[in-house]
Design a protein around this ligand. Sequence first.
Ligand SMILES: [Zn+2]
Ligand SMILES: [Zn+2]
Length: 740
Amino acid sequence: MDTAWHIEVHGIVQGVGFRPFVHRLATAIGIRGQVRNAGGHVVISATGPPASLEAFVSGLRTQPPSAARVRDVLVTPVPAEQQTSGFEIVASDVTPATGSEIPPDLATCADCLRELFDRANRRHRYPFINCTACGPRATIIGSLPYDRTRTSMRGFAMCPACATEYRDPSNRRFHAEPIACASCGPRLRWQAMTGETALRAASDAIAAGAVVAVKGLGGFHLVCDAINDEAVSRVRELKARAGKPLAVMVRDTITAGALAGLSDADRALLTAPSAPIVLAPRRHGVLSPGVCHGMPDIGLFLPYTPLHHLLLDALRRPLVVTSANHADSPMPTIEISGLAVDGVLTHDRPIVARYDDSVIRSFGRDSITIRRGRGLAPALLRLPAAAPPLVAVGAQLKSTFTLADGDRAVLGPHIGDLSDAETLQAYDQALDHLSHLQGIEPLHAAHDLHPGYLSTRLARRWPSRIAVQHHHAHVAAVAAEHRLQPPFLGVAYDGLGLGDDGTFWGGELLLASYGGYRRLGRFSRAPMPGGEAAVRRPARMALGYLLGGELSTGSVPGHLPGQEVIARMIARSVNCPDASSAGRLFDAAAALLGLCEVNGFEGEAATRLEQAAAGFPGAEPLAWRLERHDGLWVYDCVATLRHLLEAEADGEPVGRIAAAFHATIAAVTVLLCERAAAEHDVTQVCLAGGVFQNRLLATDVLARLSAAGFEPYIGERVPVNDAGISYGQAAVAAARLSHG
Ligand SMILES: [Zn+2]
Ligand SMILES: [Zn+2]
């Protein structure tokens, strides 16, 4: 006796070859019925013997295509219709996209790569080859459900050969929505040239030292020979980027291994379908020194589009591939204007949504996402409490937004620092696009406490607002990602965030739940002479600690510039806001060791300090002191800086002192947690904030906390830096609204 089931499959099930997979599975097991996309999920009508249906549902869960993620399979028995025969894929329901998931873009798969370089294949050297397992997704989708007519492929009519593959259930391009070939699909262009001629002209130009703009998946890149000093320095000029390393694309993991010390985890990340930029310790090698500017890590990634594969095959050398934006403005997606490049290799498939490359750094078994963009966003995250439709607008630097509804949260892609009108506009566009795609109309807005952030001003559009303290958001983001049950301790170390007492925080120990927190400890305060200027010039911060430290002060070494002026500023409290910040303490230590005069980019001084420490594992901590102050445990940072100066005067190597400084912060962190655990029954510790992008510190703190009996957690898929703030704000807002 046959039974009929109505089956819904939720998760990442559109744009990953799921319906063809269902078709193959049903046909193999002998199930009759049909499958279709509906909203963001897949709906199956299945008829067959009960045992076969069980096997079918089990197959849906256990054997999905590699890029799919099955979250829920919902089965409802329905009356059997005896007349159904065979199994077919039917047109999508166009219903509101509730519960939908947008698949991230996928790097070229092994099968397509083989065809790309196979002379006998009809897509030999076709730069837009793709299939159900790879190709553009989030960057071309205009609305859901995911069908060709709702992507930027709608302007390309399939040729008969492509149409046959698209309709053949046994073909691996069955319902591959961006399916294309040289006779019907997108085409390369370089000046008046197209196709293979255009590709050759562009690669010849790069080989000759040109800087070329190349239209990619989620925006335009600047591309040049990474060995050519002149070309690399021109890229830096065009981008107006002084210090930050430039990403380098290499052919394979063997070349990557020659340029950087790679762990197994790094290799796995490099070859993942998300193909992120992986930060790994640089080896001395052939690259132009301008690529890394003396920074310890290099950002490497592998080709992730067929066009990248063709370029690297033609050029056979590492290429700088970096977003084609000027300074902090957003990555261009339509055309290159205002950048004096030597040529533009473009194509006629429009980019619907901007996605910059993702950046990941691994250490040991863990890895942290530094930038969540192409290949990772906008995959769905979960929230610990069900939320009414809301938007969390993030902070200021590296700002992102999070849209939430129920327990679903969508963390928008990296856009940049919310510092100018152009970035704000890009942020707004991305927010509109994703809320339309996800069908989320926010009723509430969660924002930072800082009234001056552009994001906070943007939140005023919504009448119902929830203000979330910066470091609470950081900690909640880590806890929510790991689905922790409260309470948990939060160690939030970053540059600056506004505290609930009106001072700047950034070296905080919190006892937290999702809805609230209590501050248990902090780093000692110091004045920031000149405010923003002290962030840019670490020596000012060193003077702030030594001359104006909260619990103690120290004598100032002769080599720090501007002492008299700054001493007067501190004495008179002129433009000297107080901060209890771990990030600022790292700046001060780097300045005192002569490692960094100017923070050219956020965290540069700390990166240089970490680099210096690399050769001295197992260093003993410097001096430090915890004091009880107004009911809080306060770490006297100046005691550590005084010892650092003594060690320097004694002729200790700078690297060993830098390592000892890291060990001090790790030891202080564990002691702060132990003090808290003695008074509160809590063992879970969330490590959050940009300071934990420091591999040396993060590894040491995780190990020491585990050894002391704690359960430490750090942000993995959600960035630990301010790009993860919006997700934390959403978790806090969801908790408060559900209890309100
Ligand atoms: Zn493929
Ligand atoms: Zn075709």
